[in-house]
Design a protein around this ligand. Structure first.
Ligand SMILES: Nc1ncnc2c1ncn2[C@@H]1O[C@H](COP(=O)(O)OP(=O)(O)OP(=O)(O)O)[C@@H](O)[C@H]1O
Ligand SMILES: [Mg+2]
Length: 386
């Protein structure tokens, strides 16, 4: 009470000049506060991952944040929303929102440098019954869409891969049951076909389990110094008969004493897959395993100084891979010629497993190929030192 009374007393007895200066200083504080708030709002909008556009009742842009400019181009202010994108679905969402006077959502795809999928939320701004404009928020869902497509494709691919051998098994079993079982000569052949397809099914299921176990982190890696030459020799002796049958030579070119920090069995699995591919897709010439230690890179990147690493590669003189297919190799079931791969007993999961194993052991995989001349698939592993 005392304070209020003394304030009152002061304000009534103050000179007009001092009253003016008090008002002016209050105004200054208020303006600064408003400025701070505006800057804060702008900073929040600029840092948002979502694109935000505000329009007046006529549909002219009165505010657009950084992300909105990234999506629809600079200088959006004053433009009409219909001018900044010709997407008919976006126009429908805006029109429906204004008409209904309530939030409307939808999805659109725009093309900047590449197609971008966006979820759109349009909220009309209404005070009492007066329309003040609208806020449109764009949230990028390209990755989500891609994952969804990958999941759908994967299920479709697995079903297809399972269906082919199952159809063969069912068909030949029925033929045997309907009488072919008594036809000694053909019966044995049909049983062989059933066995072959059952083997194919179990290979497929095994590969799928391997992949999913690596992805789930269920595969344990025993990382130790590994003599690369020893592993490569084991792989070569395992696959020598297969190469000989095709008249191909298997070669080794490994720097003396190269040791990688790796899981020995997994490294063998990687090399088995790569050399097997080399043999399968080469008709004449050789498949060669090479390895050498590369000194640490002088470049200090985001991840810090990179240590020395071992570069291991498998090079063949085979069919090669068309350039357009190279980026997609390593995707599950992706094959240049699916029919040919199946004929050779492949599941199309070999390279996907290789890629996962390499990455899980801190390596990188790269594919170089010249169509009609040959392929080199290389990967790195951290070097073990001496
Ligand atoms: N060395 C190579 N030369 C030519 N094409 C290759 C080579 N390695 C891989 N490819 C292509 O990549 C595809 C995928 O390879 P991947 O190892 O995943 O499958 P696959 O060998 O067909 O089957 P799987 O490995 O299950 O037996 C192959 O079908 C083939 O088209
Ligand atoms: Mg393979």
């Amino acid at each position: 009470m005392k304070n209020i009374l003394s304030d009152l007393f002061l304000s009534t007895t103050k000179e007009p000049d001092s009253e003016l200066s008090r008002l002016s200083s209050e105004l200054r504080v208020t303006l600064e506060k408003l400025k701070d708030e505006k800057e804060q709002r702008e900073a929040i909008l600029a840092s948002m991952e979502e694109g935000v556009i505000v329009t007046d009742p006529k549909g002219n842009v009165t505010m657009a944040n950084r992300k909105a400019e990234e999506l629809f181009g600079k200088e959006l202010l004053e433009k009409r929303v219909v001018e900044i994108s010709r997407n008919p679905e976006l126009h429908r969402i805006i029109e429906e929102g204004s008409k209904k006077g309530e939030t409307v959502t939808g999805e659109i795809t725009i093309a900047v440098h590449h197609p971008i999928s966006l979820s759109v939320t349009m909220t009309p701004l209404i005070r009492n019954t007066e329309k003040l404009g609208s806020v449109i928020v764009f949230h990028e869902i390209t990755l989500l869409k891609k994952l969804e497509t990958m999941r759908i494709d994967f299920v479709a691919n697995v079903s297809h891969e399972l269906k082919t051998p199952l159809t063969a098994i069912k068909g030949f079993a029925e033929t045997l049951k309907e009488g072919a079982i008594n036809d000694k000569e053909n019966a044995a052949r049909f049983v062989d076909i059933i066995k072959e397809n059952a083997d194919r099914l179990s290979r497929l299921v095994e590969d799928l389990l391997t992949l999913s176990n690596i992805e789930l982190g269920k595969v344990s890696f025993e990382i130790r110094p590994v003599e690369v030459e020893e592993v490569a020799r084991t792989v070569i002796s395992t696959l020598e008969p297969k190469a000989k049958a095709k008249g191909l030579s298997l070669e080794l070119d490994i720097e003396k004493g190269v040791r990688a920090l790796s899981d020995k069995d997994r490294l063998a699995q990687i090399l088995l897959n790569l050399v097997d591919n080399g043999i399968k897709f080469t008709e004449k010439g050789s498949v060669k395993i090479q390895a050498q230690t590369t000194p640490p890179l002088p470049f200090v990147g985001k991840e810090g100084v990179q240590g020395a690493f071992v570069q291991i590669s498998v090079t063949d003189t085979g069919t090669g891979i068309p350039p357009k297919d190279i980026p997609r190799l390593g995707e599950r079931f992706y094959r240049v010629d699916p029919a040919r791969s199946r004929e050779l007993g492949g599941t199309g999961l070999g390279l996907a497993i290789v890629k996962h194993l390499v990455v899980s052991m801190n390596g990188k995989l790269s594919i170089e190929s010249e169509y009609g001349k040959g392929t080199r698939i290389s990967f790195t592993m951290p070097a073990a030192g001496n």
